[in-house]
Ligand binder design. Structure first.
Ligand code: SF4
Ligand code: SF4
Length: 395
């Protein structure tokens, strides 16, 4: 079974001392309902074809048990230590009346829970309830200063989101502001840093625009490789002491950032963009030349996404259905999906990523590769093509 092959190879890496603890996270879109209509929303691909009903609380509980049992078996069989977590999101997850019951179900099974929200309906009472339910951190999407944010997410959404952030901080929760990088906001990053410092949030995160769903309309706003490098260089050059002294971390799950030399105040986190498989490889640029994926893009390696109707995909931004948790065994999908097998096989990759010595630790963003190739080839996307925004020099 490929699942066994992958785990055995990772076990060998662990023996070699390269990794010790494996993040495994599930991004769960609890509903597609949302109170906003953001211009870049990848979720909005189904605007004209609504999904089936949201999974019920009972169904969600059953699926959580199945995932927990599978991870428990893998941990025992391969002597691997997993750090399992759920990123609960939507649509807007707070539109689900049973959200706090869902969080409790996850906590009972030993999962850490993070919440990804647009922040606009977080009252003080809800913020306290999230804290009391044991949520480990909340990510609020912010696209830039007010006029930039409102032009992308709708008039008035910035001030509403800031109100939500204040309530979260007031309840003592850890808050990440996360921006989707594009031509609409790339020039405003210093203002984002100032905003984060001013609000007193603990983390500021970035992910790259995926031209998919409603975001396809923004394809002209995709940054070039050079522009992405410019933004990341700018973030890296921030005064480490200045940020650290204010308690702000800059975080990203972008595998490309993991190939840069990161200063201590910029960290990789799979909770921002779906990112890296092992925290142990988050110091950048190991360039091992290996063929066992051990870090970088999480798709097919260290987690998957469940959509509101139970459809599984490799990543929240890579719309390739793998099966449905209501009908299929999750272990079987993880082990036998041809899409997941391809994602784990360097020989199937093309272009620069297929030839790259950093493949095991990077693989670029598969969602961007897929969306970009689809946009350039009349809708025929290739999720194994090269990441078009890669700025790393070949070695
Ligand atoms: S070519 Fe692909 S795998 Fe290599 S550094 Fe660039 S994005 Fe990463
Ligand atoms: S495809 Fe990979 S790098 Fe891109 S968002 Fe998904 S997990 Fe992250």
């Amino acid at each position: 079974m490929p699942e066994v092959k992958q785990l055995k190879e990772l076990e060998k890496l662990e023996v070699a001392g390269q990794a010790t603890r494996y993040d495994f996270f599930i991004q769960w879109h609890l509903t597609e309902r949302c109170n906003l209509r953001c211009r870049h929303c990848y979720q909005a691909v189904r605007d004209d074809a609504p999904a089936g009903p949201d999974l019920s609380l009972a169904e969600i509980g059953r699926v959580m048990t199945e995932i927990s049992d599978a991870l428990g078996d893998w941990a025992r069989n391969y002597r691997m230590d997993f750090s399992p977590s759920f990123n609960l999101t939507g649509g807007e997850p707070l539109l689900r009346a049973d959200l706090f019951d869902i969080i409790a179900e996850a906590g009972r099974r030993g999962f850490e829970v993070f919440l990804l929200t647009n922040g606009t309906i977080i009252t003080r009472q809800r913020a306290r309830a999230l804290r009391d339910a044991g949520v480990r951190g909340v990510q609020v999407s912010i696209e830039g200063p007010e006029e930039v944010h409102d032009s992308i997410r709708g008039m008035g959404s910035f001030s509403q989101a800031m109100w939500g952030v204040k309530n979260l901080l007031g309840a003592g929760l850890t808050v990440t502001l996360n921006a989707t990088l594009s031509g609409l906001n790339a020039g405003r990053m210093s203002e984002m840093v100032a905003l984060a410092l001013n609000m007193g949030v603990q983390r500021l995160g970035f992910s790259r625009l995926v031209p998919y769903g409603r975001g396809f309309g923004l394809i002209r706003e995709m940054l070039s490789a050079r522009q992405v490098k410019g933004v990341y260089d700018g973030l890296l050059s921030l005064n480490a002491e200045g940020l650290g002294g204010n308690g702000l971390e800059i975080v990203t799950g972008d595998p490309l950032a993991s190939q840069m030399k990161l200063p201590s105040q910029m960290k990789l986190s799979h909770h921002e963009a779906g990112g890296n498989a092992t925290g142990g490889l988050a110091t950048g640029g190991s360039a091992t030349g290996g063929c066992t994926a051990a870090g970088g893009c999480a798709a097919g390696i260290s987690g998957f996404t469940i959509l509101s109707d139970g459809t599984m995909t490799p990543c929240r931004r890579l719309p390739l259905p793998l099966g449905n948790v209501l009908a299929d065994s999750i272990r079987e999908v993880w082990a036998t999906s041809t899409v997941l097998q391809a994602l784990r096989d360097k020989g199937r990759y093309s272009g620069r990523c297929g030839a790259c010595r950093r493949w095991a630790d990077c693989r670029g963003c598969r969602a961007i590769a897929y969306a970009y190739s689809a946009a350039s080839n009349g809708g025929r996307g290739d999720f194994l093509s090269e990441d078009p925004q890669c700025f790393i020099e070949p070695e």
